[in-house]
Write a protein that binds this ligand. Structure first.
Ligand code: FE2
Length: 296
């Protein structure tokens, strides 16, 4: 383990550079070069061994995510919850959501929202609408059936995005870390909820970096103040340009993603006309984060 959170506690502090510079070099050097560097094979995701857990935590520390194979476990939502529990994350947002919202398939629910269709999803973190004071810190996926064609994901660790921003435009990053940048807007009524808003980057109580962002406009009311508009532009162009650390891969049946809600896309897909054969991924979202220093 790198123990960066203990070794460089001020790496996300914009007021000092020492920790940041050392951590940045180590982080970029350790970052996986491709999807193969993210994969951890598990014998049974519902009963992981100490060695498998160590490999997961080590990979999550390097990239805020890993791709796993489910092993002999059933490909069902409960297996995801069991995996979360073993990694110290268990507080889901399930009770506040549509009952089928954790089954990513072409169901047309929630007014045919993009995740429940075959369309392309642009870069985002999940659940931006909650606001930065009550955020989803971990996002887990498990694929039961892939699409006939397409449906791959691109992923990018938000700590890498933080590094690019800090090196390119620290002033913009300071705005994104300190100002209330966007609020939730109800797409049906256009009403803006001032209690659901907040920052784009911030650190949680344990000193880890959190991030919320989406290119989607319908439910996001960005501030129109000039410094926030300018910072948003810098952020959006960095993401659109896709830094070299972007990794792309497709989850096949029996594969999944453990992540600290990293930035991701989903490419458009060609699906089966037979409902029993449609692409189906289970999703679990947690208010907790997978911490490399998790002792359990
Ligand atoms: Fe998503």
């Amino acid at each position: 383990m790198k123990n960066w959170n203990v070794k460089y506690p001020k790496r996300f502090d914009l007021g000092t550079r020492e920790d940041y510079l050392k951590w940045r070099d180590e982080k970029l050097a350790a970052y996986p070069g491709d999807i193969g560097g993210l994969v951890v094979e598990l014998g049974d995701m519902t009963a992981i061994t100490p060695a498998e857990k160590g490999k997961i935590l080590e990979t999550v520390e390097r990239a805020n995510m890993c791709v796993y194979t489910a092993g002999s476990a059933e490909l069902e939502a409960n297996s995801l919850l069991a995996l979360g529990q073993q990694l110290g994350v268990s507080r889901t947002d399930k009770s506040t959501r549509h009952s089928q919202s954790d089954e990513l398939t072409d169901s047309g629910i929630l007014g045919k929202a993009i995740p429940f269709s075959t369309r392309h999803c642009n870069w985002h973190t999940d659940a931006t609408y909650y606001g930065s004071d009550k955020t989803i810190e971990a996002l887990f996926l498990l694929c039961k059936r892939p699409a006939i064609e397409g449906g791959s994901n691109k992923v990018l660790d938000h700590e890498v995005l933080y590094i690019h921003l800090r090196d390119k435009d620290p002033g913009a990053l300071a705005v994104l870390m300190n100002r209330d940048c966007f609020n939730y807007r109800n797409p049906a009524t256009g009403e803006i909820d001032m209690s659901l808003g907040g920052k784009v980057f911030w650190t949680n109580a344990d000193g880890h970096l959190c991030h919320r962002f989406s290119f989607r406009k319908t439910d996001m009311a960005w501030s129109e103040e000039s410094d926030i508009l300018a910072a948003r532009k810098v952020l959006e162009s960095l993401i659109s340009d896709e830094p070299e650390q972007v990794i792309e891969g497709r989850l096949e049946s029996g594969m999944g993603l453990i992540s600290n809600n990293v930035l991701h896309t989903r490419e458009k897909l060609l699906d089966s006309a037979d409902p029993a054969k449609k692409r189906l991924l289970f999703r679990a979202r947690f208010y907790d984060r997978v911490n490399p220093e998790y002792p359990g």
